[in-house]
Design a protein around this ligand. Sequence first.
Ligand SMILES: Cc1cc2nc3c(=O)[nH]c(=O)nc-3n(C[C@H](O)[C@H](O)[C@H](O)COP(=O)(O)OP(=O)(O)OC[C@H]3O[C@@H](n4cnc5c(N)ncnc54)[C@H](O)[C@@H]3O)c2cc1C
Length: 386
Amino acid sequence: MTSTYDVVVVGAGIVGLAHAYHAHRRGLAVAVVDHADRVAGASVQNFGHACITAQSGTALEYARVGRSHWLDLAGKAGFWAAEAGTHCVARHEDEYTVLEQFAELRGKEQVQLLDRAEISSRLPIAHADVVGGMYMPTDVQVDPRAAAPAIARWLADSGVDFHWRTAATSFTPGVVHTSRGELHAGTTFVTVNHDIDRLFPESAERGGLVRCRLHMLRATLPLRAPLPTPLFTGWSLLRYSGFENLPAVADVAARLQAEHPEYVELDLHQMYTPQSDGSILLGDTHVREITASPFQSERGFEVLVTEAKALFGVDRVDVTERWQGTYCSAPGSEFLLEEPVDRVYVATVTTGIGMTTSMGLALSNVDSALTPVARRETRPRLTAHN
Ligand SMILES: Cc1cc2nc3c(=O)[nH]c(=O)nc-3n(C[C@H](O)[C@H](O)[C@H](O)COP(=O)(O)OP(=O)(O)OC[C@H]3O[C@@H](n4cnc5c(N)ncnc54)[C@H](O)[C@@H]3O)c2cc1C
């Protein structure tokens, strides 16, 4: 196999597909290489939640820029995307204080504070513990099983070459060496998620990249009304960078630690995304390791079921699927962006926000890498940043 392309993308997850999409939009000859026979990595294992509002800094910029591309691609590639927004329920005064502080910081266009009666009327949740809530109207939702595969199909139909069951093994300037021969590339993007440690181990080690594995469930619940949007809980306030500097977050963290030390140990994030067939994706827990153990404790699933029953006030959670999702994680960073070989750019999202940020991240990388050389030399090289 020897072929020549303007751009070769290694990895057909959402990050790679987003790079292929933006390069293709520039009219370039693009190929995508993946060692699997279809999209099967983190990009189909997730909640499908473009959680824009809860990001901060560079991630928030990527997420905002990416929003319109998600919606455009849904139309072009024919997959479901909803401008649903996200609700967050507060079940303790300290959680509501965080929501008030966030609403104050971001303003009404991004965050709408809801009192107890309003959030209870919008969501099929048990009323007893509810203190209030918020609605983040600009967040977007897709079906994670459908979106990335549909983008891959649409790109293939639009002239992007896909080399499935083909592993990239090494890189030299202008050449991607694969298990089926060489591909010649003007520019290469390496978007292999946590497997970057198998291609560029020094970069992965320097950044402290590991695999993070999560308990996930798909289930149906006898709710009194459908869940209208993705739903965050107080645990979400400890996860996203948008909340991290709000003064009241420390109170939530301290209380949850005191009340639920086991859940903190499991690194629980109690969140839900409704699916078009009426089922709900429930998650999640987090274990970080260099090599992901295949063995999952049943306890993680029990906790997800117990907490869903309590939140929605139901006596049954009918689980139809369980899986272990895996994404890349690194301490204190959200992206690993490097150029370890001339014109070979690594793009790894190093926390669980790749669906949210991939479209904007890829646009930034493609613009930066494909800017004409005379101008590009005056620009900084892509580097790891937070
Ligand atoms: C359970 C779970 C829930 C999540 N929820 C959300 C969410 O709601 N919102 C959000 O924004 N993010 C979420 N994420 C994170 C998000 O899914 C990831 O950040 C994103 O999918 C990463 O995309 P990717 O393209 O880098 O990786 P992947 O989708 O894993 O794709 C990498 C691809 O590289 C290929 N590959 C690896 N090595 C090679 C090689 N040597 N040669 C060729 N191909 C190779 C693999 O086969 C794979 O197809 C979640 C993740 C998980 C696991």
